[in-house]
Design a protein around this ligand. Structure first.
Ligand SMILES: [Zn+2]
Length: 105
């Protein structure tokens, strides 16, 4: 049997992914110069997702009382990934349409 046919695998969520989306939203709100096209924004999301430690959970609730250390570590990872990702994508944007799959790692 295929696991995803029997179980609702969508219930397994990566909390780090949601933190990446929120960080990218904030970045776009305060950086009007960054390209808004889907290629550039999704490349930035993929780049950051490959760098921020994943944190999978099955509960819809946020973990109770994450330690201060954990919260700080996640914030640093997000900032470093955002900084490196925006530099790289602005330098080498894919939006000129090469038709190739973008592997941002
Ligand atoms: Zn673009």
């Amino acid at each position: 049997m295929r696991l995803e046919e029997r179980y609702d695998v969508e219930k397994v969520r990566n909390l780090s992914a949601e933190a990446v989306y929120r960080r990218v939203e904030e970045f776009l709100d305060s950086n009007p110069a960054f390209c808004r096209c889907e290629e550039c924004v999704l490349d930035l999301v993929a780049y950051m997702l490959n760098r921020v430690t994943p944190e999978y959970a099955t509960s819809l609730l946020d973990p109770l009382h994450p330690s201060r250390e954990k919260v700080m570590k996640k914030a640093v990872e997000l900032d470093l990934a955002l900084e490196a990702g925006t530099k790289r994508i602005q330098k080498h944007p894919h939006h000129e349409g090469t038709g190739e799959r973008n592997v941002i790692s």
